[in-house]
Design a protein around this ligand. Structure first.
Ligand code: SAM
Length: 305
């Protein structure tokens, strides 16, 4: 009897693994445990998540189970899913991420979209090929590019745009370049290392300056969600004592880098809108719009000189 039963005991199906792992992650305080489990299993089995539903009865081999257990263990220790699978999706683009870059967030996709719409509005629809009108090509600066998400999305969605992307972190720039190669836009993005505007000179002029600067007040970093606090780079989070240091610097220093008609578009943190408006208006900027994120919280500033 033993010999007959044993093989059945060892068989664990996709559905059973999903159920057990969901329970395990839930008990460890992980948000959306079922979704996280399904995404990790889909990654392990190299199939779209929805395909799992057609494979609920499929049994996992011992090595698949061992590997999956390891992935679930990492996630239960609050390592972000995107670090475990090594990538994330931003504006429909697959981007590599690691500990050296902020994991791009959904609200930043809204900022990217505002950016490419503006750049495309500067490019007449039936203009000559880009090479013949080089001096009129739309230009953008992405300050603090991290994974390169904003610069790459702008380059992909506005094929005539030329972009400079800066960061103080050389490790971030390395990954951003790899992401630009992956999406075939490295020839239109120049990556420069430097603190603030140090990598730029007075000949640099842009139609758009776009940025998602670090905006968490230093004292609030310890109380962030574990995945963020322990895994996003501190450099990408720390916005100084009140979280607004980068906005003061940008408001004070960017006007001279903007072409006539140029705009600044910035993401900022929840609850910071009135202070951001004040910082920019006190430096004589015209605040054109403050846009909400997907949860109806004001998160994106558009301003011109
Ligand atoms: C909030 S992250 C944004 C990354 C990416 N743009 C995004 O939206 O996902 C801020 C970025 O600014 C960079 N950074 C921090 N301090 C900087 C400085 N003084 N000069 C230039 N870049 C800086 C960080 O390395 C980080 O990549």
């Amino acid at each position: 009897l033993h010999a007959d039963v044993k093989p059945y005991i060892l068989l664990v199906t996709v559905l059973e693994v999903i159920q057990r792992s969901t329970e395990f992650l839930k008990n460890k305080g992980v948000d959306s445990p079922r979704l996280q489990t399904e995404l990790l299993l889909a990654h392990l089995l190299s199939m779209p998540r929805m395909q799992l539903y057609l494979n609920f009865e499929r049994s996992l081999s011992q090595s698949e189970l061992d590997n999956f257990r390891e992935l679930i263990k990492r996630r239960s220790q609050r390592e972000p899913l995107q670090h475990i699978v090594g990538s994330t999706s931003f504006c429909g683009l697959e981007l590599a991420v690691n500990r050296n870059v902020l994991i791009p967030r959904p609200e930043t996709e809204l900022l990217a979209e505002q950016g490419w719409k503006f750049l495309n509005s500067l490019t007449p629809p039936h203009s000559p090929p880009p090479s013949t009108i080089n001096h009129q090509l739309p230009t953008a600066l992405d300050l603090g590019t991290g994974s390169g998400c904003l610069a790459i999305a702008l380059a992909v969605r506005c094929p005539s745009a030329r972009i400079i992307a800066t960061d103080v972190s050389s490790a971030a720039l390395q990954l951003a370049k790899e992401n630009a190669v992956r999406h075939g836009v490295l020839d239109r993005i120049e990556f420069l290392e430097g603190n603030g505007f140090a990598a730029l000179n007075s000949s640099h002029l842009f139609d758009l300056i776009i940025s998602n600067p670090p905006y968490v007040p230093t004292a609030e970093i310890p109380s962030l969600q574990i995945e963020v606090r322990d895994h996003d780079p501190r450099l990408a989070l720390d916005g100084g004592p009140d979280g607004l240091s980068f906005y003061r610097q940008i408001a004070a220093e960017t006007k001279s880098f903007l072409k006539p008609g140029g705009k600044v578009m910035l993401e900022f943190g929840d609850g910071q809108a009135p202070l951001i408006r004040e910082i920019f208006e006190s430096q004589k900027w015209i605040v054109e719009a403050i846009m909400d994120d997907y949860t109806q919280r004001p998160r994106i500033l558009t301003a011109h000189g």
